[in-house]
Ligand binder design. Structure first.
Ligand code: A3P
Length: 286
């Protein structure tokens, strides 16, 4: 059984294998975002790899050579990890970066920059199910127990990267900024082509029809699953036991329906409504 090694920073739990408090402090207070940076912000299990692949393909006009030959974490480093920060500091601009961080821990330099943020959200019930399966394979974190037990852990926010509700509410405060773009996993699923078009417009990137087709094709679940640079196979053994779970698990919307009883789903809805009261945004899962 792998050792459980959490760290807590500003009340939020993190996996201590690849995070450090020093890096969080540096990131929040000293790391400088540049005007041409693009940062994908995603709560865990909400489409982080998917968005990283889409952005990588858009960056290269739909040509999959880069996504097929370079590890996803080197193309779109996770700035809160020690390795990701090292990569971001060496990254020749314009940088593509990724983070799971809640807004309050994000670099303060964002407030004075034109760096573009793309926030991807997912139905929290599907996040719960995806995280539950993934947590069984992750090293350094507690075994999630039964799904019923993990449901409570998730709803009370004692999971890595903290509460889903706080993450959403914190980032949604930014939604009226011109350099902030909000999209959902459900929209990507429903119409990836038009979603790619919207992302391109936000980025000020013009792709022709064939290039957009190539982004859509190469960012499909099946293509990504077969790409060892993007399918999770590259996640180091010290972080994940690949015999116990897969990153590219099902890749669908509504898998929660096969996992939660009616009573558990209603309980979830109740906590959701309590927490999201006052949020004036309609989501695809509402
Ligand atoms: P499931 O566990 O529900 O299958 P993250 O990258 O934030 O860790 O999210 C992982 C989730 O995104 C997994 O969900 C995974 O299958 C899904 N995913 C990854 N790439 C995808 C794609 N191209 N299309 C649809 N879902 C994708």
């Amino acid at each position: 059984m792998a050792e459980v090694t959490y760290l807590t920073h500003k009340g939020i739990l993190f996996n201590a294998i690849y995070h450090s408090v020093e890096n969080f402090i540096f990131l929040e207070n000293e790391f400088q975002l540049l005007d041409d940076d693009v940062v994908s912000v995603v709560y865990p299990k909400s489409g982080t790899h998917w968005m990283a692949e889409i952005l990588s393909l858009i960056r290269h006009d739909g040509d999959p050579t880069w996504t097929n030959s370079v590890k996803l974490v080197d193309r779109v480093p996770w700035i809160e990890t020690l390795e990701g920060m090292e990569c971001a500091l060496k990254y020749p601009p314009p940088r593509l970066m990724s983070t799971h961080l809640p807004f309050q821990l994000f670099p303060k330099s964002f407030l004075h920059s034109k760096a573009k943020i793309i926030y991807t959200a997912r139905n929290p019930k599907d996040v719960l199910v995806s995280l539950y399966h993934f947590a069984k394979a992750m090293k350094g974190v507690k075994h999630p127990g039964s799904l019923e037990e993990f449901l409570e852990t998730f709803l009370n926010g004692t999971v890595i990267f903290g509460s889903w509700f706080d993450h959403m509410k914190g980032w949604l405060e930014m939604r009226n900024r011109a350099n902030f773009f909000f999209i959902t996993y459900e929209e990507l699923q429903k119409d990836l082509r038009s979603s790619v078009g919207r992302i391109c417009r936000f980025l000020g990137k013009e792709l022709n029809s064939q290039q957009i087709d190539s982004v859509v094709e190469n960012a499909s679940f099946q293509k990504m699953k077969g790409n060892k640079q993007s399918n999770g196979a590259q996640i180091p053994e010290m972080i994940m036991d690949h015999t116990k779970g897969k990153l590219m698990r099902k890749g669908i919307c509504g898998d929660w329906k096969t996992h939660l009883t009616v009573a558990k789903s209603e309980h979830f809805d109740h906590v959701y409504q309590e927490n999201m009261r006052g949020v004036k945004v309609t989501f695809p899962w509402d």
